[in-house]
Design a protein around this ligand. Structure first.
Ligand SMILES: [Cu+2]
Length: 517
């Protein structure tokens, strides 16, 4: 079903990622492009570069002298998720999560990234406004970190707040690749004006391990507000009726669930004092799952979404996070005891998705009570009084699922087009300085955490309800629902837009924006 192409001679280790249903000619062509991307000098064999190759190699950061602020080594690591249960996976610096990288907003940072694996890597700085040669997506033209090679990156981090890093490789049908691995780590960029109202910070990374395929899945659905749009529902029904012979497409399930790399009950408890205000920075590092988090007897005061302060910090009983979403929330410790902070899904929590919060002087068995159902509505954190700025242009996007169309996997399309990894042609064109509205329509029953690289966006409408002031880089679009996100084209260069479900993006759910010159 998949094939690898080995490049000749010294490039032998530069294997092309597995892609279904492509011609060998395309493989070879991409292989050469990849060689060019790595910056290794060699004869130019490309017959007509794609437009997205123009930005490559404009800066050679490898020449920056001195010592790196941080060094990352990508390689195989062993993660002890529980005593006598040790998982082997690809990690950053042999640990999971990868090390917390703390930067200062606007201050240059030097990061050395070594790739100790046999596969070229992409290291994506999620949520930052970086040039295409640093951002970490091959589709934008970021050079690969060669297998057993190194890249030095020098950049000005920003914007401030809770960001993260992760691999941006295509996994396709290979569950040992991409974000199914342990290649996720937190980034915190200190703002010039530090937030107040808390005593200390804790970073929480939620991530599953040991993935497997099944037909169909059980994605949490009912927690988003609003009802399905009939027209969008009808589109999926029509598509399914056109192929009654097809079964449900493959979905990913997991055997092991962790918070900060430990199954519930096996990590060190988070020790707290009564009256302490803890700022939790929660990251959903999953490749494909939507996560929830509750701490019985306590509330979360959400102060930032995806690292960006919200206009209306609000206390909520629990959190929901799509893949790659982050929430920064303050919990005031005012209910002494030993508690489980965990996912609402009993099976997932039972398989490890939780951690223990222990007050000083308390022992006892950790307590869990399932909270009442709660609708997760981004709009409560927004500013309902502010008038939304009208965009210069509205881009309508229809997302659709072609069930089990690609070797048993669902194929995903944006306006009828599945992203073609071979020609990587930009689909949408931006003019610098203009403001755009993406009117997203989901003609599928899945939730899609939609992500835009190298820019932040503002949520301006959810299912016909206007809102403003919520700045994010990933937003969950509900099944058969609609959402508007606005952004200013202020960071020229190719920018990838995709669903952050690894299985969706790998099977077509991506598009490129370019800037008109
Ligand atoms: Cu998706």
């Amino acid at each position: 079903m998949y094939e690898y192409v080995n490049l000749p001679g010294k490039y032998a280790s530069l294997q092309i990622k597995p892609r279904p249903m492509t011609s060998r000619r395309n493989f070879i062509r991409t292989g050469l492009t990849l060689t060019a991307l790595t910056g290794i000098a060699g004869p130019v064999l490309l017959d007509g570069c794609e437009s997205n190759q123009q930005n490559i190699g404009q800066q050679n950061h490898d020449e920056h002298p001195g010592k790196a602020d941080y060094t990352i080594r990508i390689g195989t690591g062993l993660i002890e998720v529980a005593p006598q249960y040790i998982i082997s996976t690809t990690t950053y610096n042999g640990q999971f999560p990868g090390p917390l990288l703390r930067f200062k907003e606007g201050e240059d940072v030097v990061v050395d990234i070594y790739n100790d694996t046999d596969t070229p890597e992409q290291f994506h700085w999620h949520g930052q406004f970086l040039p295409v040669d640093i951002d970490g997506a091959a589709e934008e033209g970021t050079p690969y970190i060669p297998a057993h090679g190194k890249r030095r990156q020098v950049f000005k981090p920003g914007p401030s707040g809770f960001r993260f890093y992760h691999t941006h490789l295509v996994a396709g049908g290979n569950l040992n690749m991409g974000q199914y691995n342990g290649e996720v780590g937190p980034v915190y960029i200190e703002p010039k004006n530090k937030p107040t109202g808390f005593d200390r910070e804790e970073f929480i990374v939620m991530k599953e391990f040991e993935p497997y395929f099944q037909r169909g899945g059980d994605m949490a659905m009912g927690f988003l507000p609003g009802s399905p749009v009939a027209e969008l529902q009808a589109m999926q029904e029509k598509a399914e009726k056109a192929h009654p012979e097809r079964p449900k497409g493959y979905e990913v399930g997991y055997k092991v669930f962790t918070i900060n790399g430990k199954q519930l009950g096996h990590g060190e408890p988070i020790k707290v004092k009564q009256g302490e205000r803890i700022l939790f920075h929660v990251l959903n590092g999953s490749a494909s799952e939507i996560r929830s988090l509750a701490l019985p007897g306590h509330t979360f005061k959400v102060i930032a979404l995806d690292g960006n302060p919200v206009p209306n910090p609000t206390e909520v009983p629990l959190l929901w996070l799509g893949t790659a979403e982050r929430i920064s929330a303050i919990v005031e410790m005012k209910n002494p005891g030993t508690w489980i902070m965990g996912d609402l899904a009993d099976d997932d929590r039972g398989n490890g998705m939780g951690t223990i919060i222990q007050y000083d002087g308390q022992s006892g068995k950790p307590q869990w009570t399932t909270p009442k159902p709660y609708k997760w509505d981004y709009r409560i954190f927004g500013d309902s009084t502010r008038k939304v700025q009208e965009p210069d242009e509205i881009i309508t996007m229809l997302f659709a699922k072609d069930q089990a169309a690609d070797h048993g996997f669902n194929r995903w399309t944006i306006n009828g087009v599945a992203f073609d990894m071979m020609n990587m042609k930009p689909m949408f064109h931006l003019k610098k300085g203009k403001r755009y509205r993406l009117h997203m329509r989901n003609a599928s029953d899945d939730i899609h955490p939609m992500h835009l690289h190298r820019h932040s966006f503002e949520i301006t409408n959810i299912n016909g309800q206007p809102t403003s002031g919520i700045i994010k880089d990933v937003a969950m679009l509900g099944g058969f629902q609609e959402m508007d996100i606005d952004f200013t084209a202020d960071n020229p260069g190719l920018s990838l837009f995709h669903c952050h479900m690894q299985l969706h993006m790998d099977f077509g759910f991506m598009a490129l924006f370019d800037y008109e010159s």
